[in-house]
Design a protein around this ligand. Structure first.
Ligand code: B4P
Length: 302
C-alpha cells in the first residue's frame, strides 16, 4: 500500500523548510495533532562530552501511548497516510516531510518515503536527496535507526532531522570530538568510543541536494564496507551533519532497561525514571553506549 502524492501538500524547497516547520508546528499544536513529550533535562560530563540526559515526565511512555491509541485490527502505520496537520511538505520525487507527533526535542522532523519501504532496507540516492534538501534548509543533526534493535519503532522507512542540540552551537554533544571533522573520504574512529563504529568527513556542503546526496551516499557505502556490513544489513545507527557521518552497528537495543537509539551516539540519552538516571550516573554514558554496541574492530584509518 502506498501513499499517493497529495496536490494539497506544498512542495518544499530548502528555503521553505524552516518557515514551514514553524507554521506547521503552530498549527499542529493548536489542533492537538502535535503531542510533545515533557522531559527534564540534565547534563552529564564525561571525557569532554556534555551528555544530555532527558528524563521522561511520566513513566512507561510506550505503554501510555498504547493505551491512548484505539485497538486496531492490523498494525497501524502512521506514515502511510500521515496526518495532514503534521505534514510540512512534499520532498520530490519520493518523500514527505512531517513533524514527529510525539516529539521530545522541538521541531523534530521525519523524512518518510511516500511508498512503503522497509526501515531495514539500505538507504538510497533518493533517501539522501530528500535528506540533503532538508539539511540545506536546516543545519542540524540527521539520524537513522535501522531496525528495531537500533531503536526503530516504525517499519515504514523514515529518516530524522533535528535542530542543533548544542552545547555552544554544536549540532550534537558528540560533535565536540569531531572538530575539525575528518577530511572527505578519510575514515576514522573516535578514540573515546570503545566499540565498533566508523566516522568520515563529507567535505564542503554545496547546498545542491543532488551533489550533497551523492557525497552522503558515497560516505554511507564506504562506512558500511569499512565495518564489513554487506547486503543483508544488521541493525545499525547512522548519524550525519553537513560535515561528517558516523555509523554504529547495533547488536543490542538496551542495557539496564535504558533504550538507546541513534541520538545516544550523538550524546543525547532518554531515560524513563529518576532511578534510571541514577543508574546511568553510576554506570557512565560511554559505558552504556559500549554495552549496546559491538566490540571494537580494527578499521584501517585512511
Ligand atoms: P523511530 O526511529 O521508529 O523511534 P524513536 O525515534 O526511537 O522513537 P520511539 O517511537 O521508539 O519512541 P520513544 O519512546 O523511544 O522513530 C519513529 C518516530 O515517529 C518516533 O519519534 C515517533 O514519536 C514518531 N511517530 C509515531 N507515530 C507518529 C505519527 N502518527 N505521526 C508522526 N510521527 C509519529 O521516544 C519517544 C520520543 O522521544 C520520540 O519522539 C523520540 O524521537 C524521542 N527520543 C528518543 N530518544 C531520545 C533522546 N535520546 N533524546 C531526545 N529525544 C529522544
Amino acid at each position: 500500500m502506498s501513499t499517493l502524492p497529495s496536490p494539497l501538500r506544498p512542495l518544499l524547497g530548502p528555503e521553505d523548510l524552516w518557515p514551514r516547520t514553524l507554521s506547521t508546528t503552530r498549527h499542529a499544536l493548536s489542533t492537538g495533532a502535535l503531542q510533545p513529550i515533557a522531559t527534564e533535562s540534565r547534563t552529564l560530563e564525561e571525557q569532554g562530552i556534555s551528555f544530555q540526559v532527558r528524563v521522561l515526565g511520566r513513566a512507561h511512555l510506550k505503554d501510555d501511548r498504547a493505551k491512548r491509541e484505539k485497538p486496531r485490527a492490523a498494525p497501524f502505520n502512521p506514515f502511510e497516510n500521515p496526518d495532514p496537520d503534521l505534514v510540512v511538505g512534499e520532498l520530490p520525487p519520493s518523500h514527505v516531510c512531517l513533524l514527529n507527533k510525539f516529539n521530545v526535542v522541538e521541531h523534530h522532523l521525519l523524512i518518510v518515503t511516500r511508498a512503503f519501504e522497509e526501515q531495514e532496507s539500505p538507504l538510497t540516492a533518493a533517501d539522501f536527496e530528500a535528506l540533503a534538501l532538508c539539511m540545506t534548509g536546516l543545519d542540524g543533526l540527521a539520524f537513522y535507526n535501522s531496525g528495531e534493535t537500533a531503536g526503530a519503532s516504525q517499519r515504514h522507512k523514515h529518516l530524522q532531522l533535528i535542530p542543533p542540540l548544542g552545547p555552544d552551537g554544536l549540532r550534537a554533544p558528540m560533535e565536540k570530538l569531531l572538530s575539525p571533522p575528518p577530511a572527505r573520504e578519510h575514515i576514522t574512529t573516535l578514540p573515546v568510543l570503545d566499540f565498533a563504529h566508523a566516522v568520515t568527513g563529507l567535505g564542503q556542503w554545496e547546498a545542491s541536494p543532488g551533489r550533497d546526496a551523492a557525497r552522503m551516499l558515497e560516505a554511507y557505502h564506504s562506512l558500511l564496507a569499512e565495518l564489513g556490513m554487506g547486503q543483508a544489513l544488521p541493525p545499525y545507527n547512522l548519524l550525519a551533519t553537513r560535515d561528517w557521518m558516523m555509523l554504529v552497528p547495533r547488536p543490542r537495543a538496551e542495557a539496564h532497561g535504558i533504550n538507546v537509539n541513534a541520538m545516544g551516539f550523538a550524546g543525547s540519552l532518554l531515560v524513563k525514571t529518576q532511578e534510571q538516571l541514577q543508574q546511568l550516573q553510576e554506570l557512565g554514558s560511554l559505558e552504556l553506549l559500549r554495552q549496546v554496541s559491538q566490540a571494537s574492530i580494527r578499521i584501517r584509518c585512511r
